[in-house]
Write a protein that binds this ligand. Sequence first.
Ligand code: FAD
Ligand code: SF4
Length: 494
Amino acid sequence: DSKKPAFAFRETPRQMPSRIPLELRRSGDWSELYGRFGEAEAKHQASRCLDCGNPYCSWKCPLHNYIPNWLELAREGRIFEAAALAHETNPLPEVCGRVCPQDRLCEGSCTLNDGFGAVTIGAVEKYITDRALADGWRPDLSKVVATGRRVAVIGAGPAGLSCADRLARVGIEAVVFDRYEQIGGLLHFGIPNFKLEKSVLATRREVLEGMGVRFRLGVEIGRDIGLDDLLSQFDAVFLGLGSYRYTDGGLPGQDLKGVLPALPFLVHNGRLVHGDDEAHGKPIAGWEDRVALPDLHGKRVVVLGGGDTGMDCVRSAVRLGAARVTCAYRRDEANMPGSAREVANAREEGVQFLFNRQPLALLGDDGEVTGVRVAETRLGAPDAQGRRNAEIVPCSESVLAADVVIIAFGFQPDPPQWLSAHGIELESNGRIRVAQPTPGCGSRRAPATAALPFQTTNPRVFAGGDGVRGADLVVTAAYEGREAAAGIARLLLG
Ligand code: FAD
Ligand code: SF4
């Protein structure tokens, strides 16, 4: 293809794909916010990469994707080769291209941030994979020899799917079990359509099935099948269980009508949006009493929490016709855990942000929520993770009026009882204990008996994703699933 212009980064400004109009979003359109690049746009944006020699973007990407290399292939129009290279490190490139907080990861480290605007890495990753898959590209497993080994993967979230993909590539049969009727875990049931359209997961399922991965959906391990059965039928097991224990903050008044935990709100709404008819009215495990969604039309909605989940709640409330949507967060904007891009989108859609506000209690009248008592905060000394604590400013209390309050304080692992019966130990915070991929590179302790990446204290069981690291990101779950598969392959194949 044509030679790359040396100063494309100066001549071509950074540009994201077009977004659906604001009026549509406010009037309840749930389509994916960002469109796709056309071929010319993708080539222009890819040509902005400086190929700086020591690519900080690749280092900062948890998967260490070969970013400059597939950008160059995209610029040259060699889409199938670009897709093959993207898949070498990333089992779910079209998903990560859509939902990674790129401003904190690859794009946040791009050299062009120094005055020119980062290369739109995520949008090109999405373009390459969507385009290649639509044009018929599929992972080439023609040289893979079946080993006769079989692994049960529990959980069809990004950790489990990534593990299954890597196992298939080395000739190990993966059977993926999930209690839900669709693959994707939180990709399907948590993350709203406006960030990730569910047809993307249907295509990925078809790709994985084409690679020989089998799915057994609607099957809960521990209820329908025991781990002992899996251990007797399979050579090894991978646990990609996720992290679902809701943190409620213990606020007085949290049982008032109109107070909702974030995930059931998003899950139930998502099911309505994607028309999972069979799931309508089905209680969501653990929240059987909270499935009835209030009508948000014309209501004042306050969302407590400033992470990705909080942003998905505020933006869903906008699409559900709320009259006013406010996000109250106890630290300042710079210390928000979520993606800055999502905050900017929420703001544009009309969400009001109240920073440095600590909720103290939910107020009610006749059993229904009427508001949130908050106090102002200032940032104090950093905690053990280096994040500055929010300290309450004395005599600064006020009340935010609300008809609906959504609590989005995050999630903790909720490890099932049956793990301990099989010698699988937990950390004190409920996370599954695993061996580190590289000794000494993390804070988690490696089990004394295991040396393979992401092996638990039961040598035939591996684990990864949110159940191991606590609620985190799709890309880190994909990384851990990928590395655990490498550990399983070493155990089974030497
Ligand atoms: P999960 O995706 O939770 O999947 C676990 C699966 O295991 C589930 O399908 C569950 O049904 C299944 N399972 C568990 N126990 C059993 C059992 N006993 N038997 C059978 N099946 C079982 N991350 C981003 O990078 N970007 C975002 O924009 C983003 N937005 C988010 C928005 C929301 C609302 C939430 C809640 C999270 C968001 N995240 C985001 C985080 C991301 O979704 C998770 O980090 C990621 O999905 C974790 O992957 P996982 O495979 O470990 O677990
Ligand atoms: Fe960036 Fe995420 Fe893609 Fe890595 S996987 S290159 S962090 S968008």
